[in-house]
Design a protein around this ligand. Structure first.
Ligand code: NOJ
Length: 555
């Protein structure tokens, strides 16, 4: 069934790093308003904002202390309303990040909850007494914080509370009916304001395993975390999660014309099916971690295998997402491509790969100008919880600091969080003050202004691709069939819709390849038309140059 959100090209904005208008070094909502024409010129149809709610900011806003207020660093509620109305005026939509798994410990609910065991808010969170003089179970927190446990002891009531992330981010207890009601009211409040949907943080982790058992896995190295087990499967996809999402759908989502995309770690296509099949009435699509957040770089054959499995979700009345980076990943051109010699070629090939695969496309700010990973000289430059926590734990366990840093650099989430590079002026034109985080030193070369005029422009390539997606329903609704699944370097596939058929060729690597026979035969037709390529001209049809991409119409 056709849906606006299937056709969407979503542009993700990490407000803190986007554009600062008041000189405090932090991006703000007025900054986004100023850049809306730019976003519109890109062709994006939906904006996804990372959390902008009131927050002590230990995890860049994922620790919310008030769900119905904007953090003053970003602006006010009236700025938000202005933004929303400006977005809508331009015919675009806006979705919010919605964090339901945890709050900040500074949220009023937690402040109440910790006061006494019989406080009405006590059960909004997950409290347990000690077990044999220790934490209630062996779970480790995902941020490697402190000594590593996912439990924090609270003196006032002499019990532990669960925090899968930071100790300043206590997990919520979704068995509590009052909590559920409060969350539904809160989400409806945003939707009544006019927002067009949600990106649901860690949504498959809301229901915890009955009895909160120990993880059966061995303690996670490094030893600095004192024997706790960082086991993200413990809280993923537990019995009860589907009933809960169905209920949220009934109570909230289904009452509006919105899109809901869930962030779901520890999910493969088979598991995802149960979240996104239309008839189950839960959510519309999920972000999986099999490609972008896979700690191991996937190769072309694996990429194809993963895409085949996920396409099956669409065949079974579900929907999927296509993305290669977000605020939790390295920069895609650095991770999957070549950010030096073939920066333009690989950035554009990856863009074509995403936009011509079935699924809703997500672009992370800066990706559209080929922004790259950053190579900071020391840990002081890094900010995000996971990199800093893991670094400290490693160093405490005796790993040499340089080795520890080098092991984290390539995958650090800070790679994607450096300020947006607007121009070649100081701080990349991001702020007139001191940026909250160092700008990537390559900004004089890589920025939106230079991309406007560059001969080889990643930005213009994105604009073309997105415009094509609007013009050609085949890119959204066409069937998908890979050619030569086991070919190790080239990703070749057909899309077909009504009378039309396309053949797309992407060289996943920086080496020239010979086009295999079957693919050469497929484009050997008089009806063939080359619709887009990232090289000026096709010199020899059967030679595919480094990171080359070609989109052909063959029927
Ligand atoms: C996933 C978010 O994308 C990430 O940035 C955050 O740290 C965790 N969830 C916790 O909310």
């Amino acid at each position: 069934m056709k849906q606006w959100w299937k056709e969407a090209v979503v542009y993700q904005i990490y407000t803190k790093s986007y554009y600062d208008t008041n000189g405090d070094g932090i991006g703000d909502l007025q900054g986004i308003i100023r850049k809306l024409d730019y976003i519109q010129s890109l062709g994006a149809t939906v904006i996804w904002l990372n959390p902008i709610y009131k927050s002590p900011d230990v995890d860049n806003g994922y620790d919310i202390s008030d769900y119905q207020n904007i953090d003053e660093r970003y602006g006010t509620l009236s700025d938000f309303k202005e933004l929303l109305s400006e977005v809508h005026k331009r015919g675009m939509r806006l979705i919010m990040d919605m964090v339901l798994n945890h709050t900040s410990d500074e949220h009023a609910w937690f402040q109440e909850s910790r006061k006494s065991k019989d406080n009405p808010y006590r059960d909004f969170y997950i409290w347990r007494p000690e077990k044999n003089g220790k934490e209630p179970n062996n779970w480790g927190n995902y941020f490697y914080e402190g000594r590593g446990s996912a439990w924090e002891y609270d003196e006032t009531t002499r019990e532990y509370y669960l925090h899968n992330y930071s100790r300043k981010m206590p997990d919520l207890n979704w068995d509590n009916i009052e909590l559920k009601k409060a969350m539904c009211r809160m989400m409806r409040w945003w939707l009544d304001l006019g927002v067009d949907g949600f990106r649901m943080d860690a949504i498959n982790r809301l229901v915890k395993p009955r009895g909160l058992p120990d993880s059966p896995n061995p303690p996670t190295p490094p030893v600095g975390i004192h024997g706790y087990v960082v086991d993200r499967t413990m809280c993923a996809n537990r019995p009860g999660i589907h009933e809960l999402l169905h209920e949220l759908n009934e109570e909230v989502f289904s009452r509006y014309d919105i899109m809901v995309v869930g962030e779901t770690g520890n999910v493969n296509a088979a598991i995802a099916m149960d979240y996104v099949q239309e008839e189950r009435e839960e959510i519309d699509m999920v972000f999986h971690f099999e490609i972008a957040k896979n700690p191991v770089l996937v190769n072309a054959v694996q990429f194809k295998e993963i895409q085949r499995r996920w396409y099956h979700v669409i065949e079974q009345h579900g929907w999927i997402t296509q993305y290669l980076s977000n605020h939790d990943t390295p920069r895609q051109v650095s991770w999957f491509g070549d950010d030096k010699e073939y920066r333009y070629e690989s950035a554009t090939m990856l863009a074509a790969l995403m936009h011509t695969h079935p699924g809703t496309v997500y672009i992370y700010q800066g990706e559209e100008i080929g922004m790259t990973n950053v190579d900071f000289p020391s840990i002081e430059y890094y900010n995000e919880k996971y990199t800093v926590g893991k670094y400290q734990t490693m160093v405490e366990s005796g790993v040499d600091p340089e080795t520890a840093l080098n092991s984290l650099k390539r995958t650090s989430r800070d790679n994607d969080r450096t300020p947006m590079q607007w121009n070649s002026r100081e701080h990349a034109g991001f702020t007139s003050g001191t940026p909250w985080m160092h700008v990537n030193p390559n900004y004089p070369e890589i920025n939106t202004e230079s991309e406007e005029h560059a001969e080889k422009s990643v930005l213009r390539f994105y604009r073309t691709l997105i415009a094509m997606r609007k013009e050609h329903p085949i890119m959204v609704y066409g069937t998908y069939r890979q050619i030569l699944e086991e070919e190790e370097h080239l990703i070749i596939y057909e899309r077909a819709y009504q009378d039309e058929k396309w053949l797309i060729i992407c060289n996943f690597y920086g080496r020239q390849e010979k086009l295999p026979e079957v693919a050469a035969a497929a484009i050997d037709t008089p009806e063939k038309k080359l619709l887009l390529s990232n090289y000026h001209n096709v010199e020899e049809e059967t030679l595919i140059r480094p990171y080359e991409t070609r989109i052909y119409r063959i029927r």
